[in-house]
Design a protein around this ligand. Structure first.
Ligand SMILES: Cc1cc2nc3c(=O)[nH]c(=O)nc-3n(C[C@H](O)[C@H](O)[C@H](O)COP(=O)(O)OP(=O)(O)OC[C@H]3O[C@@H](n4cnc5c(N)ncnc54)[C@H](O)[C@@H]3O)c2cc1C
Length: 381
């Protein structure tokens, strides 16, 4: 491939081995118990994959977008959930790395880089992810202790109950005084007043806990108020591109994963003396169609990742397109692969239908597709 070189081939083999030896044996447990795979994240940290998006100051060597993409693709082949667990760490830490705060670097980012623990970004509320001005979570300041006092509730927080730290979005009491309408507050999991609510049972993404969080008179020092900003469509539009590209390249891997498994099954499933792949031209046409979709997504995903490596500011629409098209292509490939497996495709133990369940969530998590379309439409000239 045009973006590969010797170093990336080594990274690819390392990530593939990790996926096959550490991720594959754990998939049934994740499906059955939905347990968050802390041990796998530790291995991913030790392998240096989390360091590909984190800077040197905290033990990383990033950001190196294509290198990270190569690893996410391999992890995604076995499990979109595991690749996406890496993406969700990028989402939270990307805000924290902007700060250059030594305490945060030492206590939060360095351990995350090693894979010692994970964090969560707690933003979505019942009013709707994008209806930020209708969100109820807010903070006040205790005038005697100068502590932040946080109150509110969130839904759909990824890593609810699994995270060591929660980065909570809350309205500031006075936008003029604080320099913005929304603040991100870092809360350790053991802080009194923080409780984990109901953990949702989802269609897919088993192994990624998604749940309610409550913050009831949670007190943290003022220094935990890390970032204040006026958030609007523009902030989302320009800030979200990178995560879109990372999720998209994970979807590429997952689409390839289910495709490769299905191709192997078609080559070994015999109808009489020949495999169904060799017997039926319509089967081979279906594989060819899917392969073309996968390769289109590859071109889009790695083109954007290379653009990010080159500091190209013009790749925002393309980065969002990787998320949108990635979700559609992954879902289509996963759905067609069920059919190509025949009855075996819908049997849970065979590990094919899981990909379709995971794919469906890709159209929603980290902004549902119509919202992304709306943002792009608003930027059309
Ligand atoms: C598995 C999972 C994990 C998640 N993890 C996290 C997390 O870690 N942290 C977090 O904060 N959130 C998280 N979310 C929330 C996720 O970002 C939202 O569910 C998603 O953005 C959609 O928002 P909503 O559910 O509020 O839907 P709604 O806002 O109710 O949207 C319903 C429909 O309206 C459309 N719509 C909404 N607003 C607009 C708009 N402005 N323009 C055009 N169309 C619009 C949507 O696209 C959608 O089709 C997660 C969700 C899921 C399902």
């Amino acid at each position: 491939m045009w973006y590969m070189n010797e170093e990336r081939e080594m990274l690819q083999s390392m990530a593939r081995e990790l996926a096959e030896t550490e991720v594959r044996p754990f998939i049934n447990t994740m499906e059955e118990t939905s347990a968050f795979p802390h041990e796998i994240m530790k291995k991913i940290g030790e392998a240096g994959i989390l360091g590909l998006f984190l800077p040197e100051e905290v033990g990383g060597c990033g950001p190196r977008w294509v290198d990270l993409g190569v690893c996410l693709e391999e992890l995604g082949k076995e499990s979109f959930v595991i690749a996406n667990a890496v993406c969700s760490q990028y989402a939270g830490t990307s805000l924290l790395t902007m700060l250059g705060n030594e305490k945060v670097n030492k206590e939060v980012l360095e351990p995350i880089c090693r894979g010692d623990f994970v964090m969560a970004t707690s933003q979505c509320e019942p009013a709707g992810q994008t209806r930020l001005h209708d969100h109820k979570t807010r903070f006040t300041v205790d005038p005697e202790t100068n502590e932040i006092v946080l109150n509110g509730g969130k839904i759909f927080t990824t890593n609810a109950g699994a995270a060591e730290y929660y980065l909570v979005c809350a309205k500031t009491p006075d936008p003029e005084q604080f320099g913005g309408e929304f603040g991100y507050i870092l809360v350790h999991k053991d802080t009194p007043g923080l409780t984990v609510g109901h953990i949702e049972h989802k269609i897919g993404w088993n192994g990624s806990s998604t749940g309610q969080m409550f913050y009831n008179n949670v007190r943290v020092p003022m220094e935990n108020l890390l970032l204040v900003m006026d958030m609007d469509e523009e902030t989302t539009y320009y800030g979200g591109g990178n995560i879109g590209a990372l999720m998209g390249v994970s979807m590429l891997g997952a689409a390839e994963g289910v495709y490769e498994k299905t191709l192997a099954n078609a080559r070994s499933r015999m109808h009489g003396d020949a495999s169904i792949f060799d017997s039926y031209q319509a089967m081979r046409h279906s594989f060819a169609e899917l392969k073309m979709e996968i390769e289109l997504l590859r071109g889009l995903a790695y083109g954007v990742l290379e653009g990010l490596d080159n500091g190209d500011a013009d790749v925002i629409e393309q980065a969002w397109a990787v998320k949108v098209k990635g979700a559609r292509i992954f879902e289509h490939v996963a759905s067609e692969c069920i059919v190509l497996n025949g009855g075996n495709g819908v049997i849970r133990e065979n590990g094919i239908e899981r990909y379709l369940r995971d794919a469906k969530l890709c159209s929603i998590g980290c902004f549902a597709l119509p919202h992304i379309t709306e943002m792009i439409a608003n930027h059309l000239e």
